[in-house]
Design a protein around this ligand. Structure first.
Ligand code: KYN
Ligand code: ZN
Ligand code: ZN
Length: 219
C-alpha cells in the first residue's frame, strides 16, 4: 500500500510555479500592447457563464520567443519542438553580473541538462519594467551548444540589451539551436537540478507565446 501523501498529486516534491501573474499590473515592454482581461460575456447577462478574452503582447511576463520574433524566416510558436520545453533543467545563480558570459558559468554544474535557467536577481521589482538588465554575451551560445543546452531561460525580459536593434544574443542562440525563455520568476528557487515544464501555446502564426513555467526538484 502506498504511504499517505505519496499518492500521485499529493507528492511532497511539488511543482513550483516560476511564472509571472498576468494582470493589468504586469510590466510589459515599453510601448507594446498592455495586458487586458475582460469578460466578453457576463454570467449576469448570459444566464450561464462568464466568458473572458485577453489582449496582450506575446512578449509579456513569462514567455518563449519563437525564432520568427527576430527572423522573418524563423519558426512560429506552433512549430517548436515540445521536448525543448519539457525535461531536466539546471538553475544557476549569477547575481550581480554586468553581463552574463562564459566566465559566470565556469564554476556551475551543468551536468547533462539540455535546459539552463539563469537566476540573475537583476529585475527585483517586476511591477516596473527594468531600466537596465545584464545582457547575455553572444559568445555564450557556442559554449552552451557544445554542452548540449537547447533552452536558455532567465528572470529578465530579454537576453539582449533593452535598446538593442541587432539582438546579437537572440541571433547567436538561435544559430546554435538554443531556444529562449524570458521573464521567469526565480527569486524563490535554489540552484540545482530540476524538471522543467514550460510549453508554448500552439499559436500557428505567432512570434512568441506566454507560458506557465514550473519546476520540480530532481531527487
Ligand atoms: N516586445 C517588444 C517590443 C519592441 C521591441 C522589442 C520587444 C521585445 O519583446 C524584445 C525582447 N527581447 C523579447 O524578445 O521579449
Ligand atoms: Zn520575448
Ligand atoms: Zn527575447
Amino acid at each position: 500500500m502506498e504511504a499517505k501523501g505519496r499518492r500521485a498529486g499529493v507528492n511532497a516534491n511539488k511543482w513550483i510555479d516560476i511564472s509571472q501573474p498576468l494582470d493589468e499590473r504586469t510590466a510589459g515592454w515599453p510601448g507594446d500592447t498592455p495586458f487586458v482581461y475582460e469578460r466578453a460575456w457576463r454570467k449576469e447577462d448570459t444566464g450561464s457563464v462568464n466568458v473572458g478574452r485577453i489582449r496582450m503582447s506575446l512578449h509579456t511576463g513569462t514567455h518563449i520567443d519563437a525564432p520568427y520574433h527576430f527572423d522573418d524566416a524563423g519558426a512560429k510558436a506552433i512549430d517548436l519542438e515540445l521536448d525543448v520545453y519539457l525535461g531536466e533543467a539546471v538553475v544557476v545563480h549569477v547575481p550581480g553580473a554586468r553581463a552574463i558570459g562564459i566566465g559566470d558559468l565556469s564554476g556551475a554544474e551543468l551536468g547533462q541538462a539540455a535546459r539552463l535557467l539563469l537566476r540573475t536577481d537583476a529585475w527585483p521589482d517586476r511591477r516596473a519594467f527594468p531600466a537596465w538588465i545584464p545582457p547575455v554575451e553572444p559568445e555564450l551560445a557556442a559554449y552552451l551548444a557544445v554542452r548540449g543546452v537547447r533552452l536558455l531561460g532567465l528572470d529578465l525580459p530579454s537576453v539582449d540589451p533593452l535598446d538593442s536593434k541587432e539582438l546579437p544574443a537572440h541571433h547567436a542562440l538561435a544559430a546554435h539551436g538554443i531556444h529562449i525563455l524570458e521573464g521567469l520568476v526565480l527569486d524563490h528557487v535554489e540552484p540545482g537540478r530540476y524538471e522543467l515544464a514550460a510549453l508554448p501555446l500552439p499559436l500557428a502564426l505567432a512570434d512568441g507565446s506566454p507560458t506557465r513555467a514550473a519546476l520540480r526538484k530532481l531527487v
